[in-house]
Design a protein around this ligand. Structure first.
Ligand code: GLA
Length: 399
C-alpha cells in the first residue's frame, strides 16, 4: 500500500512540474465574446457561434478556443463562495456548455479577474484563486483570460503567479491569458507565468482613433514596435520576449466589425499575423460577409501567424505614407508587409534588392493575391487603397 502510494505520488509529480507547457507553441487562435457582445453574452450566442465556426470553416482553419469574456456570472457568489453563472444567460450551466463546445472539436475558454471585481463589476478571483481554478477545471475549461480591474495595490507578478499555481494545482491544462494591458511590463517576467500577455490597452474597431484606455489597431501596432524591434536589424534581441509558448498579445481582432473598411480589416489581420499575435476573432461570426470570412480563414496568411519558428515581425522602415514590416519564418523564408498608411490610394514601391536582410535569391509570392510575382532582384510596386496592405512571402531559391 505504501509502495502504491509512493508510485502514485511519483506519477503525479510531473503533472505539476510540466506547468502546462506545449499548449501554445504557436499563437492561440479562437473567438472571444467581448468585442461584439460585451455584457450581452449568453448560451445561445455561444452555441450559435460554435455552429457557425464549424460551418464557415473557421474551426478547421485553426480557431480552436471559444472564450466567454466578462459579465457571465451572478453579481454575488453563492453560500459556499462559489462563482455562479447567471441562469438567465446560461440556463444549461457551464459544464453543459463546455461539453457542447468539446463535442464540436473546440476548446472552452472563460474569463475572471485578479481583482475583487471584474471590470464589469462581477465577482473577481482575488482571494478565491484556488477555489475558482478548481471550479473552472470542473466545468471543463481549457483557457482562462485573467483581467486586472479592482486590484488595489496588488502586485501583478504575484497575482498572476498565484492564479497560475492555482490552475496547476487544479490539474486541468489551461492556456493562461494575462490581461493587465502591459502596465507592469509582463513581457519581462511572464514567460513562465502565462502563455500570452496583453501588451497594451483595449482595441477599438477603428484604424487610429484613441480613447483614454482604448485605441484603434494602428495605434496598437505602433506601440508594439518597441517590444519587437531593436534599433538595428535582426539580432538576438528580436523575439526576446515572445516565442513558442509565450506570446505578446496586442488584443483581440476587430476584423468584421463596423468601424473598419475592408482594406483596414485585411491590413489589421495581416499585421497581427506579422506580429505572431494570438488570433482571437471578435466579430459576430454568425453574420459576416464572404469577404470577411475569406480574410479570417485565409490559410496562407494564417500560416504566417502560425509559423513554427515563432519569431515576431518588426518594423523595418516607416516613412510618411508607407511602412514596411518584416518577419523571419522557418526554413529561411521571410514575410514582408507593405502598408499604405496614407489617407488615399497610392502606388507604393518595394525595393527588395536594397533590403539587406535577404541574403541570396528568393521567390516572391503575393500571399493575398495567391500569385508568384518574381524574385527579390526586382523592385515591386503595388496599388494599395488607403490603409491596405500587400503581404509577401519570400522563399529561398536553391541554386
Ligand atoms: C478589460 C479587458 C477587455 C475585456 C473587458 C471586460 O477592459 O481588457 O478585453 O475583457 O475588460 O470587462
Amino acid at each position: 500500500m505504501k509502495r502504491l502510494l509512493c508510485l502514485l505520488l511519483a506519477g503525479a509529480a510531473p503533472v505539476f512540474a510540466q506547468k502546462f507547457e506545449g499548449l501554445a507553441l504557436t499563437p492561440p487562435m479562437g473567438w472571444n465574446s467581448w468585442n461584439t457582445f460585451a455584457s450581452h453574452i449568453n448560451e445561445t450566442v455561444v452555441k450559435e457561434t460554435a455552429d457557425a465556426m464549424v460551418a464557415n470553416g473557421m474551426r478547421d482553419a485553426g480557431y480552436q478556443y471559444i472564450v466567454i469574456d466578462d459579465c457571465w456570472a451572478l453579481k454575488d457568489r453563492d453560500a459556499n463562495d462559489q462563482l455562479v453563472p447567471d441562469p438567465a444567460k446560461f440556463p444549461g450551466g457551464l459544464k453543459a456548455l463546455g461539453d457542447y463546445l468539446h463535442a464540436r472539436g473546440f476548446k472552452f475558454g472563460m474569463y475572471s479577474c485578479a481583482g475583487s471585481k471584474t471590470c464589469g463589476g462581477y465577482p473577481g478571483s482575488m482571494g478565491h484563486e484556488y477555489q475558482d481554478a478548481r471550479q473552472f477545471a470542473a466545468w471543463g475549461v481549457d483557457y482562462l483570460k485573467y483581467d486586472w480591474c479592482n486590484v488595489g495595490t496588488r502586485d501583478a507578478r504575484e497575482a498572476y503567479t498565484t492564479m497560475r499555481d492555482a490552475i496547476h494545482a487544479a490539474g486541468r491544462p489551461m492556456v493562461f491569458s494575462i490581461c493587465e494591458w502591459g502596465t507592469a511590463k509582463p513581457w519581462e517576467w511572464a514567460a513562465d507565468v502565462g502563455h500570452l500577455w496583453r501588451t497594451t490597452g483595449d482595441i477599438l474597431d477603428c484604424y487610429d482613433c484613441k480613447q483614454r484606455w482604448a485605441q484603434g489597431w494602428k495605434v496598437i501596432l505602433d506601440l508594439q514596435h518597441s517590444l519587437v524591434s531593436p534599433a538595428f536589424g535582426p539580432d538576438d534581441s528580436i523575439g526576446k520576449y515572445a516565442g513558442p509558448g509565450h506570446w505578446n498579445d496586442p488584443d483581440m481582432l476587430e476584423v468584421g466589425n463596423a468601424g473598419l473598411t475592408l482594406p483596414e480589416a485585411r491590413a489589421h489581420f495581416s499585421m497581427w499575423c506579422m506580429l505572431a499575435a494570438p488570433l482571437i476573432a471578435g466579430n459576430d461570426v454568425r453574420h459576416m460577409t464572404p469577404e470577411i470570412r475569406a480574410i479570417l480563414t485565409d490559410r496562407d496568411v494564417i500560416g504566417i501567424d502560425q509559423d513554427p519558428l515563432g519569431r515576431e515581425g518588426w518594423r523595418y522602415r516607416a516613412e510618411p505614407g508607407r511602412e514596411i514590416w518584416v518577419r523571419q519564418l522557418a526554413g529561411g523564408a521571410w514575410a514582408v508587409a507593405l502598408l499604405n498608411t496614407g489617407a488615399a490610394a497610392a502606388d507604393l514601391a518595394l525595393d527588395l534588392p536594397s533590403m539587406w536582410l535577404f541574403d541570396g535569391k528568393f521567390a516572391v509570392r503575393d500571399v493575398w493575391a495567391k500569385k508568384d510575382v518574381g524574385t527579390n532582384a526586382q523592385i515591386l510596386t503595388a496599388h494599395l487603397a488607403s490603409h491596405d496592405v500587400a503581404l509577401l512571402r519570400l522563399t529561398p531559391v536553391k541554386n
